[in-house]
Design a protein around this ligand. Structure first.
Ligand SMILES: [Zn+2]
Length: 284
């Protein structure tokens, strides 16, 4: 009897910790971002090392000056909060901001999306998967996006659900992308976004060892069937109840999102949000 009690308690704890750390069993459900936003405290407990990440060494930081002339990074003005919002480092800095991020790149639409953003004078982070940058074509796309000035983030090699993998496999999924990206553009990603936002203690450590800052998101909807038209995703991104100062917007390399991107940017600006340059965000 006692044994059963302990076993079920253990099972419950496992379930609970899985819920709070993974935010999602499916690809990036908005609910999860929602949960994250509402459960600041839970998140903080869940990620105790998170807040200290920025204090760690920056030895991986030096840019490979390589082929493309890299401008020196500007001084950081923002940081990623425990709820993944983008918040100013000091009071004078504008806090009415939003950040654009594009995941699962560079697939079919990332270059077009980068051009759209560039035309609107918006910077963004493109979170890339290693399997998209194996081919020459994929590598060209990555270069093009990077050459336009966008930040490249790490979104794992094959987009697995990391907690299902062994520690070694988790590490490989992450480090291989950085090696590959560096090979192509001469610098390693500084931000890491786990598929489904699902990190483990080990992936957090690997990201940290790689000098990357963790970044989930505030909200996103473009993987939900009901928002897969230009009009619907535009409307939802601009009218989400989670849109607020520092919103970290999750979008994907998808047809409808690419079509909606300019309207989303303009709509955010109409509402008074400045779309911040991710290069102003403090990293490891
Ligand atoms: Zn993804």
């Amino acid at each position: 009897m006692k044994k059963i009690f302990w076993l079920s308690l253990l099972a419950m704890l496992i379930v609970l910790s899985a819920c709070s750390s993974n935010q999602a069993s499916k690809e990036q459900e908005p609910d999860d971002a929602t949960n994250e936003q509402k459960k600041d405290n839970a998140q903080e407990k869940e990620n105790p090392e998170h807040a200290e990440d920025s204090a760690s060494d920056g030895h991986k930081k030096d840019d490979n000056q390589g082929e493309k002339e890299q401008e020196a990074d500007p001084d950081p003005e923002y940081r990623v909060s425990d709820t993944w919002n983008i918040v100013p480092l000091d009071k004078e800095t504008n806090d009415e901001v939003a950040l654009i991020t594009i995941d699962d790149a560079p697939d079919k639409h990332a270059v077009e999306m980068a051009k759209t953003l560039k035309d609107l004078d918006v910077n963004a982070i493109f979170f890339v998967n290693g399997h998209f940058i194996e081919s020459d074509e994929g590598q060209e796309k990555l270069k093009e996006i990077h050459d336009m000035g966008f930040l490249i983030g790490n979104h794992t090699y094959t987009h697995p659900f990391l907690p299902d993998l062994s520690a070694d496999e988790q590490e490989e999924e992450i480090v291989r992308v950085n090696d590959k990206v560096e090979e192509i553009i001469g610098e390693r990603p500084k931000f890491f976004r786990a598929p489904n936002g699902a990190n483990t203690d080990h992936t957090k450590q690997v990201a940290k060892d790689e000098g990357m800052t963790l970044m989930n998101w505030t909200y996103g909807y473009d993987w939900e069937p009901e928002y897969q038209t230009k009009e619907k995703i535009t409307d939802m991104m601009l009218n989400s109840e989670y849109l607020g100062n520092g919103a970290n917007l999750l979008m994907h390399d998808r047809d409808w999102t690419a079509a909606a991107l300019a309207d989303i940017v303009e709509g955010l600006r109409d509402q008074g949000y400045e779309l911040i340059d991710p290069k102003l965000i403090e990293t490891e």
